[in-house]
Design a protein around this ligand. Structure first.
Ligand code: PLP
Length: 226
């Protein structure tokens, strides 16, 4: 099987599973955006996904994203890029130049820098606030108890906060984390919910995900970082 037919097949399968999960929850496939996470994937698989019609992609590092996407963006105009990894403040300017959506707004200093960068550029980028639903010390994201205040603060700064994002602990059932994220979003009037990865995107869709982030499920196993 060629890389092109393989990736196209995976995409079809993931889209079908999203549609089935949406239907089980009384939603439609159109309610859910598949963000194909292309980090650590070889170029030909990324090209295959674009050729198969996938347009929304996510990366977790600014520099790697530039390598994968800077040129492609000039060739395929309707691509949409999401940053799903931690953003250092010294990379804010580059991130704002490349990404359409910043999913990992997770601290006041970053929010402030983003607001400043949007001002300086005379535009803004869609933002999600990352919530550390499992309260894991090593994981990015605001604590659930601090989320309401942080969302309010981001809004005061003028950030267009569209939703919340979470990465549940690897060793726990995901449903309570997805449900918690949905509750926090609802009480803050946020419609976007970025949750669910290759192992659990169907569950996420059933619990209201508007964005699922699927990497290996679309592209196959990642390469080791060089
Ligand atoms: C890598 C990554 C994903 C995709 O993970 P898979 O298990 O390969 O689907 C999703 N979200 C974030 C934040 C990631 O870093």
């Amino acid at each position: 099987m060629t890389t092109e037919t393989e990736v196209a097949g995976h995409l079809e399968e993931v889209r079908a599973r999203i549609a089935q999960a949406a239907e089980r929850a009384g939603r439609t496939a159109d309610d859910v955006v598949l963000v194909a996470i292309s980090k650590s994937q070889p170029d030909e698989r990324i090209a295959a996904a674009v050729a198969a019609g996938q347009r929304v992609f996510g990366e977790n590092r600014v520099q790697e994203a530039q390598e994968h996407w800077a040129q492609r963006r000039t060739e395929t105009r309707d691509l949409e890029l999401h940053l799903v990894g931690p953003l250092q403040t010294n990379k804010v300017k580059d991130a704002v130049a490349l990404f359409d959506v910043i999913q990992t707004v997770d601290r006041p200093k970053l929010a402030e820098r983003l607001a400043r960068a949007f001002d300086a550029a005379g535009m803004s980028r869609r933002c999600f606030v990352q919530v550390n639903t499992g309260e894991e010390p090593q994981k990015a994201g605001v604590l659930p108890a601090e989320a309401d205040a942080f969302v309010a603060k981001c809004r005061e700064m003028g950030l267009p906060v569209e939703g919340l994002m979470c990465i549940p602990p690897v060793d726990q059932p995901v449903a309570p984390h997805f449900a918690l994220l949905a509750r926090i979003a609802a009480r803050n009037g946020l419609s976007g919910l970025s949750m669910g990865m290759s192992a659990d995107y169907a569950a996420a869709v059933e619990l209201g995900a508007t964005h699922v982030r699927v990497g290996t499920g679309v592209f196959g196993a990642r390469q080791a970082r060089g």
